[in-house]
Design a protein. Structure first.
Length: 63
């Protein structure tokens, strides 16, 4: 994960386990990278649309 911060990354990730996501977000932030966690279920199409929307809304694009 250290490479994320070194590269100036903005990391977006999703999942259903909020407590685990908080731990992951802390690790990502410690690298110096920005991150956004979106609670979602990858098997739910509407959740995935919301994930993309939140990413673009927050960062202006999706790579």
């Amino acid at each position: 994960m250290r490479d994320f911060g070194d590269a100036g990354a903005k990391v977006v990730f999703s999942g259903r386990r909020d407590a685990e996501a908080e731990k992951t977000a802390k690790l990502i932030h410690q690298t110096g990278a920005e991150c956004l966690y979106v609670h979602s279920d990858a098997s739910n199409e509407e959740d995935m649309k919301a994930l993309v929307h939140k990413t673009v809304e927050t960062y202006g694009r999706l790579d």
